[in-house]
Design a protein around this ligand. Sequence first.
Ligand SMILES: Cc1cc2nc3c(=O)[nH]c(=O)nc-3n(C[C@H](O)[C@H](O)[C@H](O)COP(=O)(O)O)c2cc1C
Length: 178
Amino acid sequence: MLSSYRSFVETTVPKDELIVSRTDLNGYITYANDVFAEISGYTPQELVGKPHSIVRHPDMPSSVFKDLWKVIKSGSIWRGYVKNLRKDGAYYWVYAEVSGVYKDDKLVEYKSLRAPVDESQKVKFQDIYDALRKREEGSCRIVTNISIENYEKLKKLSSEENISQEKILNHVLSDLLL
Ligand SMILES: Cc1cc2nc3c(=O)[nH]c(=O)nc-3n(C[C@H](O)[C@H](O)[C@H](O)COP(=O)(O)O)c2cc1C
Protein backbone atom coordinates (compact mmCIF):
# COMPACT_ATOMS: atom_id res chain seq x y z
CA MET A 1 0.00 0.00 0.00
CA LEU A 2 1.46 3.36 -0.97
CA SER A 3 0.74 5.42 2.09
CA SER A 4 2.85 8.53 1.80
CA TYR A 5 2.29 11.78 -0.02
CA ARG A 6 5.32 10.79 -2.12
CA SER A 7 3.10 8.43 -4.11
CA PHE A 8 1.58 11.54 -5.75
CA VAL A 9 4.94 12.98 -6.68
CA GLU A 10 6.07 12.47 -10.24
CA THR A 11 9.66 12.54 -11.42
CA THR A 12 10.01 13.34 -15.09
CA VAL A 13 12.49 11.63 -17.33
CA PRO A 14 14.95 14.12 -18.89
CA LYS A 15 14.17 14.68 -22.60
CA ASP A 16 17.62 14.06 -24.06
CA GLU A 17 18.62 11.05 -21.94
CA LEU A 18 17.93 7.34 -22.35
CA ILE A 19 17.28 4.99 -19.46
CA VAL A 20 19.10 1.76 -20.19
CA SER A 21 19.03 -1.57 -18.38
CA ARG A 22 19.86 -5.17 -19.17
CA THR A 23 18.66 -8.30 -17.41
CA ASP A 24 19.52 -11.99 -17.44
CA LEU A 25 16.99 -14.40 -18.92
CA ASN A 26 15.04 -14.45 -15.62
CA GLY A 27 14.65 -10.67 -15.40
CA TYR A 28 17.43 -9.97 -12.89
CA ILE A 29 19.22 -6.69 -13.61
CA THR A 30 22.75 -7.14 -14.93
CA TYR A 31 23.37 -3.51 -15.97
CA ALA A 32 21.79 -0.16 -15.11
CA ASN A 33 23.04 3.12 -16.57
CA ASP A 34 23.39 6.23 -14.41
CA VAL A 35 20.19 7.77 -15.82
CA PHE A 36 18.18 4.69 -14.75
CA ALA A 37 19.74 4.86 -11.29
CA GLU A 38 19.01 8.55 -10.95
CA ILE A 39 15.40 8.39 -12.15
CA SER A 40 14.56 5.36 -9.97
CA GLY A 41 16.28 6.76 -6.88
CA TYR A 42 18.64 3.80 -6.49
CA THR A 43 22.39 3.55 -7.09
CA PRO A 44 23.47 1.28 -10.00
CA GLN A 45 24.97 -1.05 -7.36
CA GLU A 46 21.61 -1.35 -5.60
CA LEU A 47 19.90 -2.24 -8.89
CA VAL A 48 22.31 -4.83 -10.26
CA GLY A 49 21.38 -8.33 -9.10
CA LYS A 50 17.79 -7.35 -8.22
CA PRO A 51 14.71 -8.47 -10.20
CA HIS A 52 13.49 -5.75 -12.57
CA SER A 53 10.22 -5.77 -10.64
CA ILE A 54 12.10 -3.67 -8.04
CA VAL A 55 10.61 -0.66 -9.90
CA ARG A 56 7.17 -2.22 -10.42
CA HIS A 57 4.36 0.19 -9.57
CA PRO A 58 1.14 -1.22 -8.04
CA ASP A 59 -0.88 0.72 -10.66
CA MET A 60 0.54 -1.53 -13.41
CA PRO A 61 -1.73 -4.45 -14.40
CA SER A 62 -0.10 -7.91 -14.39
CA SER A 63 -1.33 -8.56 -17.93
CA VAL A 64 0.99 -5.85 -19.30
CA PHE A 65 4.03 -7.76 -18.02
CA LYS A 66 2.64 -11.12 -19.11
CA ASP A 67 2.42 -9.65 -22.60
CA LEU A 68 5.93 -8.18 -22.32
CA TRP A 69 7.46 -11.56 -21.43
CA LYS A 70 5.47 -13.39 -24.12
CA VAL A 71 6.65 -10.92 -26.78
CA ILE A 72 10.33 -10.86 -25.81
CA LYS A 73 10.50 -14.65 -25.37
CA SER A 74 9.11 -15.03 -28.88
CA GLY A 75 12.05 -12.96 -30.20
CA SER A 76 10.12 -9.74 -30.89
CA ILE A 77 10.46 -6.24 -29.50
CA TRP A 78 7.89 -5.22 -26.85
CA ARG A 79 6.95 -1.55 -26.94
CA GLY A 80 4.77 0.08 -24.36
CA TYR A 81 4.11 2.62 -21.64
CA VAL A 82 5.13 1.79 -18.09
CA LYS A 83 4.55 3.59 -14.79
CA ASN A 84 7.44 2.80 -12.45
CA LEU A 85 7.93 3.16 -8.72
CA ARG A 86 10.91 5.05 -7.32
CA LYS A 87 12.76 3.92 -4.21
CA ASP A 88 11.26 6.88 -2.29
CA GLY A 89 7.67 6.01 -3.28
CA ALA A 90 7.35 8.59 -6.07
CA TYR A 91 6.76 7.48 -9.68
CA TYR A 92 7.87 8.09 -13.26
CA TRP A 93 6.44 7.15 -16.66
CA VAL A 94 8.52 5.75 -19.50
CA TYR A 95 7.99 4.59 -23.05
CA ALA A 96 9.95 1.33 -23.14
CA GLU A 97 11.36 -0.90 -25.86
CA VAL A 98 12.36 -4.30 -24.48
CA SER A 99 14.04 -7.01 -26.54
CA GLY A 100 16.57 -9.84 -26.57
CA VAL A 101 20.34 -9.47 -26.80
CA TYR A 102 21.83 -12.13 -29.07
CA LYS A 103 25.41 -13.49 -29.26
CA ASP A 104 26.15 -15.79 -32.19
CA ASP A 105 22.39 -16.10 -32.76
CA LYS A 106 21.88 -17.25 -29.19
CA LEU A 107 19.64 -15.30 -26.79
CA VAL A 108 21.86 -14.30 -23.86
CA GLU A 109 20.12 -11.35 -22.14
CA TYR A 110 17.30 -8.84 -22.45
CA LYS A 111 17.71 -5.08 -22.78
CA SER A 112 15.42 -2.15 -22.33
CA LEU A 113 15.69 1.41 -23.63
CA ARG A 114 13.27 3.97 -22.28
CA ALA A 115 12.28 7.47 -23.26
CA PRO A 116 10.08 10.22 -21.75
CA VAL A 117 6.30 10.20 -22.20
CA ASP A 118 4.20 13.26 -22.95
CA GLU A 119 1.46 14.34 -20.57
CA SER A 120 -1.50 13.30 -22.72
CA GLN A 121 -0.13 9.73 -23.07
CA LYS A 122 0.35 9.47 -19.30
CA VAL A 123 -3.31 10.40 -18.71
CA LYS A 124 -4.43 8.02 -21.45
CA PHE A 125 -2.43 5.05 -20.14
CA GLN A 126 -3.31 5.69 -16.49
CA ASP A 127 -6.99 5.38 -17.54
CA ILE A 128 -6.31 2.27 -19.64
CA TYR A 129 -4.37 0.58 -16.82
CA ASP A 130 -6.99 1.53 -14.19
CA ALA A 131 -9.66 -0.09 -16.38
CA LEU A 132 -7.51 -3.20 -16.96
CA ARG A 133 -6.86 -3.70 -13.25
CA LYS A 134 -10.56 -3.26 -12.53
CA ARG A 135 -11.53 -5.83 -15.15
CA GLU A 136 -8.73 -8.37 -14.69
CA GLU A 137 -7.86 -8.11 -11.02
CA GLY A 138 -11.07 -6.67 -9.55
CA SER A 139 -9.07 -3.90 -7.89
CA CYS A 140 -9.15 -0.13 -7.90
CA ARG A 141 -7.16 2.62 -6.25
CA ILE A 142 -8.71 4.54 -3.37
CA VAL A 143 -7.27 7.50 -1.52
CA THR A 144 -8.55 8.08 1.99
CA ASN A 145 -7.50 9.06 5.51
CA ILE A 146 -7.56 6.73 8.50
CA SER A 147 -6.43 7.38 12.08
CA ILE A 148 -2.74 6.93 12.77
CA GLU A 149 -3.70 4.45 15.50
CA ASN A 150 -5.54 2.21 13.01
CA TYR A 151 -2.83 2.64 10.42
CA GLU A 152 -0.16 1.54 12.92
CA LYS A 153 -2.30 -1.52 13.79
CA LEU A 154 -2.62 -2.36 10.11
CA LYS A 155 1.14 -2.01 9.57
CA LYS A 156 1.93 -4.16 12.61
CA LEU A 157 -0.48 -6.92 11.62
CA SER A 158 0.78 -6.85 8.05
CA SER A 159 4.42 -7.33 9.07
CA GLU A 160 3.66 -9.88 11.80
CA GLU A 161 1.50 -12.04 9.55
CA ASN A 162 3.42 -11.24 6.36
CA ILE A 163 0.16 -10.35 4.59
CA SER A 164 -0.21 -7.17 2.53
CA GLN A 165 -2.19 -4.32 4.05
CA GLU A 166 -4.61 -4.49 1.09
CA LYS A 167 -5.35 -8.16 1.82
CA ILE A 168 -6.02 -7.42 5.50
CA LEU A 169 -8.42 -4.58 4.65
CA ASN A 170 -10.23 -6.76 2.10
CA HIS A 171 -10.54 -9.55 4.65
CA VAL A 172 -11.88 -7.27 7.41
CA LEU A 173 -14.37 -5.65 5.04
CA SER A 174 -15.68 -8.91 3.63
CA ASP A 175 -16.13 -10.27 7.20
CA LEU A 176 -17.98 -7.13 8.30
CA LEU A 177 -20.22 -6.87 5.29
CA LEU A 178 -21.25 -10.49 4.90
C1 LIG B 1 14.78 -5.87 -19.93
C2 LIG B 1 13.56 -5.80 -19.04
C3 LIG B 1 13.15 -4.57 -18.56
C4 LIG B 1 12.03 -4.47 -17.72
N1 LIG B 1 11.66 -3.24 -17.27
C5 LIG B 1 10.64 -3.14 -16.36
C6 LIG B 1 10.30 -1.89 -15.80
O1 LIG B 1 10.86 -0.83 -16.13
N2 LIG B 1 9.30 -1.87 -14.89
C7 LIG B 1 8.65 -2.99 -14.48
O2 LIG B 1 7.76 -2.90 -13.61
N3 LIG B 1 8.94 -4.20 -15.04
C8 LIG B 1 9.91 -4.29 -15.96
N4 LIG B 1 10.21 -5.51 -16.50
C9 LIG B 1 9.34 -6.67 -16.18
C10 LIG B 1 9.71 -7.31 -14.86
O3 LIG B 1 10.68 -8.31 -15.10
C11 LIG B 1 8.47 -7.97 -14.17
O4 LIG B 1 7.90 -8.94 -15.04
C12 LIG B 1 7.38 -6.96 -13.80
O5 LIG B 1 7.92 -5.92 -13.01
C13 LIG B 1 6.23 -7.63 -13.04
O6 LIG B 1 6.68 -8.11 -11.82
P1 LIG B 1 6.22 -9.53 -11.27
O7 LIG B 1 6.64 -10.51 -12.34
O8 LIG B 1 6.93 -9.69 -9.97
O9 LIG B 1 4.75 -9.44 -11.11
C14 LIG B 1 11.31 -5.64 -17.35
C15 LIG B 1 11.73 -6.89 -17.85
C16 LIG B 1 12.84 -6.96 -18.69
C17 LIG B 1 13.27 -8.30 -19.23
